[in-house]
Design a binder for this molecule. Structure first.
Ligand SMILES: [Zn+2]
Length: 260
């Protein structure tokens, strides 16, 4: 699942291809926007917030979310697409290139200036210009009983972390992902670590995971074989279990399981 760094880098590539260019053609292959035609509009900017991507013209902002399988690719006009045509959801063409969004989880178009409706509820963006570590800590502390490995995935606390980086950040801070938020000794350091790791990931991609996906491989600090597990939870302000939990990876020595 793409995380904040992937979305940030996708925005960068799309910006290089589209910003300042006039659209020669637009094709929205989702029923709601099938008749929308942005031909003649100039792409003003491309940006990201957490895992949300925005392509902006003077009148609208195209909001997409990659979710599980989504990706944006840029092709020269006439070049063969590298993914099945039927999975294309949005095509934006200039005179030179075609930017194609494949298997996107969300495609939405809002009026220019209405982006805030999409991002208002989110926590600070780890890769944004206004990253605010103290605010992320304040949001995390609202639910002290929640496992930290769950809390950092909640985009309302801080935006940009997915399943890979929650294991990475917990490993780097020697915190077991099941540890209650209220029992994490230095939340600010953990949040700073998340910021550091994602920032590094966009500067020098691809980043090799230290813990994620490394079951049975030796811990790079102490040599103990890493373990995988699952973290069950119900989000604190939801009535129902909303998340089918995905795997956590940790070192049983450096990150001991917290007492229940
Ligand atoms: Zn270890």
């Amino acid at each position: 699942m793409p995380e904040g760094d992937t979305v940030f880098l996708t925005a960068k590539r799309l910006r290089a291809a589209l910003a300042g260019k006039e659209l020669a053609r637009s094709d929205f292959r989702v029923p709601r926007f099938a008749t929308l035609d942005l031909r003649g509009q100039v792409v003003e900017s491309v940006g990201s917030y957490g895992k949300h991507l925005f392509i902006r013209t003077p009148t609208v902002s195209i909001h997409t979310h990659l979710k599980m399988e989504g990706s944006w690719r840029v092709f020269h006009c006439g070049q063969r697409w590298t993914k099945p045509r039927v999975t294309a959801r949005v095509v934006l063409s200039t005179e030179e290139v075609e930017a194609v969004g494949f298997s996107l989880g969300t495609v939405d178009v809002v009026r220019a200036g209405d982006e805030h409706r999409i991002i208002d509820h989110l926590g600070p963006d780890l890769l944004g210009p206004n990253w605010d570590a103290a605010e992320a800590v304040r949001r995390l502390e609202r639910y002290p009983n929640q496992p930290i490995g769950v809390a950092v995935l909640d985009q309302r606390n801080l935006a940009g972390i997915g399943n890979i980086y929650r294991s990475e950040v917990c490993f780097l801070r020697r915190v077991h992902p099941a540890t209650r938020v209220g029992d994490v000794s230095d939340l600010l350091a953990l949040v700073d670590e998340a910021h550091r790791v994602l920032t590094e990931a966009v500067r020098k991609p691809p980043r090799r995971p230290l813990a994620y996906g490394r079951t049975h491989r030796p811990c790079q600090r102490c040599g103990t074989p890493l373990k995988a597990g699952l973290l069950d939870y119900t989000a604190p302000d939801y009535d129902r279990v909303v998340q089918r939990e995905r795997g956590i990876y940790f070192c049983p020595h450096c990150q001991p399981v917290p007492p229940m």
